[in-house]
Write a protein that binds this ligand. Structure first.
Ligand SMILES: [Zn+2]
Length: 292
């Protein structure tokens, strides 16, 4: 036994002598790089499989019911939207609350509207979002607020939707259905809450999402001016294209402007053309192309 062991040790010593000392030191780094490439390739392959999953007849029906203009999208946009919906459904978890059972109709309805917002955006869909909680109808949210004088107050509100920066969106299903039933009235809770999610990608929900195509200077100037105008119109009771809830603060203004942009594009363009142009650049599309 001893001689054989001695031969093996000797061969190992020979091999080591043939490798430069620097190459041995690099071995862990090479292994890490190979592991990284394998994981990346696997993720790309898996995403490709998920992205191109065929829609079932029920999913197709939900998609077309939710987005009545789907037929008028270009074939390339139709395909891209379905791919984004598939990736969205694979990466987010839906939870039924207060006895609601999550169905494919609920999942596809919410995913279709959420993905419409990012149809022309690259990258992962809502990367910080992990969970979507759905209640049958308006839900009660308990919030605590700290005042400047140190007093902490607790308040309860009945809400139709809520967007959190901790990876959650909460929706009332009857409000989602109402929003989908009329895609021309400027009220859509899914578009609203997912606009907040886009806004939050900057680290703060303040009406200024990360901008890829717009100028920050122009965005701030145009949105501030229209926000102030909506506040004045709201206070004076004057007619407005946008829901006056947008006058609450700049974050709500962006969310309500998004609803109006997608559901009443002609009216928004006619009344607030520079705001329309900023949103058109930001979303990378023009809803007038498919509006009836
Ligand atoms: Zn809001």
């Amino acid at each position: 036994m001893t001689p054989a062991l001695s031969v093996n040790n000797s061969r190992l010593a020979d091999v080591r002598m043939e490798l430069p000392s620097g190459a041995i030191g690099l071995l862990p780094i090479v292994l890490v790089v190979i592991a990284f490439l394998v994981i990346r390739y696997y993720r790309q392959w898996r995403n490709e499989q998920v992205r191109n999953r065929p829609f079932s007849a029920e999913m197709e029906q939900s998609l077309r019911k939710t987005l009545p203009f789907f037929e008028r999208l270009s074939p390339a946009d139709q395909q891209k939207l379905k791919q984004k919906v598939n990736l969205f459904l694979a990466s987010k978890r839906f939870y039924g609350c207060a006895g609601l059972t999550i169905t494919d109709d609920i999942r596809v309805t919410i995913a279709a509207e959420a993905c419409l917002l990012i149809l022309r955006h690259g990258g992962e869909a809502y990367p910080g979002l992990t969970s979507i909680l759905v209640y049958p109808s308006a839900f009660v949210a308990n919030h605590t607020e700290s005042q400047a004088d140190g007093v902490v107050s607790a308040e309860s509100h009945h809400l139709l939707g809520e967007s959190w920066d901790n990876g959650r969106v909460i929706l009332a299903w009857d409000a989602v259905r109402r929003g989908a039933a009329d895609f021309t009235d400027g009220n859509n809770v899914v578009l609203h809450e997912f606009a907040h999610q886009l806004d939050a990608l900057s680290g703060r929900t303040d009406g200024a999402p990360p901008l890829m195509r717009n100028s920050y200077k122009s965005w701030a100037r145009v949105l501030s001016r229209h926000y102030e105008d909506l506040v004045v119109r709201s206070e004076r009771g004057l007619p407005t294209t946008m829901d006056t809830y947008g006058a609450t603060n700049p974050a709500e203004f962006f969310a309500v402007a998004t609803e109006t942009f997608f559901e009443k594009p002609d009216e928004l363009c006619a009344r607030r053309s520079d705001l329309f142009e900023e949103l058109k650049t930001y979303y990378g599309l023009d809803p007038r192309d498919w509006s009836a």
